[in-house]
Design a protein around this ligand. Structure first.
Ligand code: NAD
Length: 480
């Protein structure tokens, strides 16, 4: 059986490498080879830089409104092709169609639309200084590198391309080697929308290609999404030429349920914040702190709804709402964490095993898993598992839970469930986290900035302030 081969996308077209080297992409729901991808060898890498330089000369000279018109064409194409693109995301990631068909492409398109609308409004300043004056211009940085993780491949590519391109930069994007097709389709679609050649290039490969990008002297900025450990390497490499960086890294976020919370809503939040995308979401609230007076009620409802409502299986099946993990290795990593939790003395309330659903028996599934009797120092409560594993802890007092919630090296997200409006804001203001929710969990519209405190990141994606991270200020003094 012949296997499809995918290429790099340089200067507006698919480009074959010289080396012939490829890597395999596996469908995580079947364990079968899905397609092969050519690695960006020296020829491709050089062509990407040359193409980006030419693209920048054209793109940065266009008016912001002209650029936005092209980006809005792309938004319309993304929406038209929602189902085709969502199916690619399902095959590459193992996530359910129920999610990908209404979230992944939609939120990617939303970000492009948002930045296309606000970028033309980006203004400089001007001020009189004695008899003279100065003015400022916001200029693009140049060639930006985007490096993506595998959990939201197309959305991540859109979230990085949108502010970069809307403000006049060009991008060389490297998708995760686990899920490369979404970014390639985005590049082709942007071209079709009228994007000049070289403005959005896609290079394929693993960390070696990523390391080449982050060390390249012609690249002005790196926007990275991935693990904390990789992020540190990326920053070290970027330091060689003092590149600007945006870092969207991992988390171990708290979700706090106070005694006056709407328990049904809090259970919904905890399930969304642990089992959505089979737990492979960076902002997940995996440390669920429940006030001891409502603990019993919370746990009973959580267990009943987890057992009754989660349907694991073939991600394309319409009833499936919980899919396969990204790879066999990752499945094993999640199972190892579960064993660690048991060894450390946590009580396994439900789940804890691999699954072999009838309609997808060879996929990399792990059952939705809930631990109780957890303590703050357990590894399952300190380290990011990036799978469907929830740890439930109890607390007595507000000050106590704030201190315990902050007791981790990461600070990506946090959630608070309470009917007391003063307490909600008071607590949120003391939590060390960049993305916070009150009586909700996980919503992330393009208008809202996202990014982490502490080891969870630097800079922000989405929201209007992101444009500042993709432009630099030139101050011009005018003597009269
Ligand atoms: P990863 O760090 O293993 O890989 C991310 C990307 O970095 C991949 O494209 C990979 O090829 C590349 N890479 C690897 N080594 C590199 C190097 N030395 N230099 C440059 N690039 C290199 O992460 P992953 O397993 O793909 O993704 C999961 C992680 O991503 C989790 O920690 C998750 O929390 C995080 N994440 C964060 C956000 C956010 O917005 N904060 C969003 C999604 C995922």
């Amino acid at each position: 059986m012949s296997v499809e081969v995918q290429y790099n996308f340089i200067a507006g077209q698919l480009l074959a490498n010289d080396s012939g080297e490829t890597f395999d992409v596996v469908n995580p729901a079947t364990g079968q080879l899905a397609y092969r991808v050519q690695v960006a060898d020296d020829k491709i890498q050089q062509a990407a830089i040359e193409s980006a330089k030419k693209g920048f000369a054209i793109w940065s000279a266009m008016s912001a409104t002209e650029r936005s018109r092209i980006l809005l064409n792309a938004v319309a194409l993304l929406r038209d092709r929602n189902d085709e693109l969502a199916a690619i995301e399902v095959r590459d990631t193992g996530k359910p169609w129920q999610e990908a068909s209404v979230v992944d492409v939609v939120t990617g398109a939303d970000a492009i639309e948002f930045f296309a609308h606000i970028a033309p409004g980006l203004e400089g300043a001007q001020q009189q200084v004695g008899g003279d004056f100065y003015y400022t211009r916001r200029e693009p940085l140049g060639i930006c590198a985007g490096i993506g993780a595998w959990n939201y491949p197309l959305q991540i590519a859109c979230w990085k391309a949108a502010p970069a391109l809307a403000s006049g930069n060009v991008m060389i994007f490297k998708p995760s080697e686990e899920t490369p097709l979404g970014a390639l389709k985005l590049a082709q679609l942007l071209s079709e929308a009228g994007l000049p050649d070289g403005v959005f290039n896609v290079v394929m490969g693993d960390g070696k290609v990523g390391a080449w990008l982050t060390g390249h002297p012609d690249i002005a900025k790196v926007s990275f999404t991935g693990e904390v450990g990789t992020g540190k390497k990326v920053m070290a490499a970027a330091a060689s030429s003092l590149k600007d960086v945006t870092m969207e890294l991992g988390g171990k976020s708290p979700l706090i349920v106070f005694d006056d919370a709407d328990i049904d809503n809090a259970v919904s939040g905890a399930m969304l914040g642990n089992f959505y995308t089979q737990g492979e979401v960076c902002t997940n609230g995996t440390r669920v702190f429940v006030h001891e007076s409502v603990y019993q009620d919370f746990i009973e409802k959580l267990l009943a709804r987890t057992q009754a409502n989660i349907v694991v299986g073939d991600p394309m099946a319409p009833e499936t709402n919980f899919g396969a993990l990204i790879s066999k290795d990752h499945q094993q990593k999640v199972l190892d964490y579960i064993q660690q939790g048991i060894d450390d003395g946590a009580t396994l309330l439900t789940g804890g095993t691999a699954l072999t659903p009838e309609n997808a028996p060879n996929g990399y599934f792990v059952a939705p898993t809930i631990f109780t009797d957890c303590t703050d120092d357990m590894r399952i409560c300190q380290e990011e598992i990036f799978g469907p594993v929830m740890s439930v802890l109890t607390f007595k007092a507000e000050a106590e839970v704030i201190a315990r919630a902050n007791n981790t090296a990461m600070g990506l997200a946090a959630g608070v469930f309470t009917q007391d409006i003063s307490r909600a804001h008071r607590v949120i203001h003391q939590l060390q986290a960049g993305i916070c929710w009150i009586n909700a969990y996980g919503a992330s519209p393009a208008e809202m900035p996202v990014g982490g405190y502490k080891l969870s990141g630097i800079g922000r994606e989405n929201g209007s302030e992101t444009l500042k991270h993709y432009t630099q200020v030139k101050a011009v003094y005018v003597g009269l």
